[in-house]
Design a protein around this ligand. Structure first.
Ligand SMILES: Cc1ncc(COP(=O)(O)O)c(C=O)c1O
Length: 387
């Protein structure tokens, strides 16, 4: 089956009926390569499932269908070799809410909530918003072109205090796109056990590995001893471009952790978005061919980006190993204190500001758009960055 990833879809809807964060936040002349959603129509099977659900016409409180739970078990076994049980799945309206709920469920006020930077900005807010103490360790920067960002275990160990209780982990990593090596994860697992920490492993981008032959292993599956202290977060939102349907899944093997997480969620988050649940089942059940086609498109877009960046003096980028986000070092690009603002004003391209990820001087670029739009944005960036 041929899928269309090339025809631009109007997301700046002229009537303004369906405003999108990505396309409406900045002015009409700006090309948006910032917030992490893609400009692609979701898989046909998802659209069909949504049509059928809408046709039913009744949108009262739903339940998570057993068939969805079974579909996710099958997806996990097939793609990740992890045999999960239907009852381990707690469905909820987003991964970010799950990060906050985990903090409330697994730690006490004042406890340390640790993460590594740079990191997807909400990770940096969880501790403060839940009355805990934020703790951070920096990743190791690429020392030379061709190298990647790495986990710095010594820095992580140094950031741990006796009050540290929870590690918020991103696997694969947003914003660097790193797919962690087995030895990095082994070091992490050892440290987590030795310090008796809980882990939230946000694996939202795990279905989008760009390196041929690369494989994702959920943290709790790679190190079974960690399973009883780990909450794994999955969602169809990045893979199948469904973020607006606010549907995610926490996979929690340990019954006591599951109970605590469910108790924290009670009354704070609604059970399930009936459209999101229908879409999730269709995506995981029938979206594989679409996902494979998407990966080819993203690989091509990454290639286009890498070629351009090579011509931008002073700009560093380790090619992302996963997802549709690239992390650019602009500290030596001569764009002043805020390269994000400079590129917005001078090139008319909206990128995400590295300062929000804990690293000023960097930007994150979303290449999950049509080739036409990506090329147009890169041509605009060329005018500023090639100079
Ligand atoms: C690593 C990561 N976690 C969570 C989210 C947001 O998830 P949700 O929209 O389900 O809250 C994103 C979105 O970009 C992300 O990249």
């Amino acid at each position: 089956m041929v899928f269309d990833f090339a025809t631009p879809v109007e997301r700046r809807h002229p009537s303004g009926s369906w405003p999108s964060q990505k396309w409406h936040h900045y002015g009409d002349k700006v090309l948006p390569l910032w917030v992490a959603d893609m400009d692609f129509v979701s898989p046909p099977a998802v659209l069909e499932a949504l049509h059928a659900r809408v046709e039913h016409g009744v949108f009262g409180y739903g339940l998570v269908p057993d068939s969805l739970r079974e579909t996710v078990c099958a997806w996990s076994a097939q793609h990740y070799g992890w045999a999960i049980e239907p009852e381990w799945q707690q469905w909820l309206p987003g991964v970010v809410p799950a990060l906050h709920l985990a903090s409330m469920a697994l730690t006490e006020p004042g406890d340390g909530v640790l993460t590594v930077t740079p990191i997807y900005p909400p990770f940096l807010k969880v501790a403060e918003r839940t009355g805990r103490t934020p703790q951070q360790a920096c990743m190791r920067e690429p020392a030379a072109p061709g190298e990647t960002w790495c986990l710095d275990l010594e820095a992580l160990e140094a950031a741990i205090t006796p009050r540290t209780r929870l590690l918020l982990w991103c696997h694969p990593h947003n914003p660097t796109g790193r797919v962690w090596e087995r030895d990095e994860l082994a070091g992490l697992a050892e440290l987590v056990e030795r310090h008796d920490l809980y882990v939230v492993s946000d694996e939202l981008h795990c279905d989008l590995l760009l390196e041929e032959g690369a494989s994702h292993v959920p943290l709790a599956a790679a190190f079974p001893a960690l399973a009883e202290r780990t909450i794994t977060l999955w969602a169809p939102s990045k893979t199948f471009n469904l973020a607006g349907l606010t549907t995610a899944c926490a996979v929690i093997p340990d019954p006591e952790l599951r109970r605590r997480f469910a108790a924290a969620a009670k009354g704070l988050v609604p059970d399930g978005n009936v459209l999101g649940l229908a879409a999730a089942e269709a995506a995981y059940g029938q979206g594989e061919a679409w996902r494979q086609a998407l990966l080819e498109v993203l690989r091509d877009h990454r290639r286009r980006l890498v070629e351009r960046v090579a011509h931008w003096p002073g700009v560093g980028m380790a090619p992302p190993q996963s997802t549709y986000l690239a992390w650019l070092d602009l500290r030596k690009a001569g764009l002043g204190e805020s390269p994000q603002r400079a590129l917005l004003e001078r090139a008319g391209v909206a990128l995400s500001d590295g300062a929000d990820f804990g690293h000023p001087g960097f930007v994150r670029l979303n290449f999950g758009t049509t080739a036409t739009q990506l090329d147009a944005a890169l041509a605009r960036l060329d005018k500023v960055l090639k100079a």
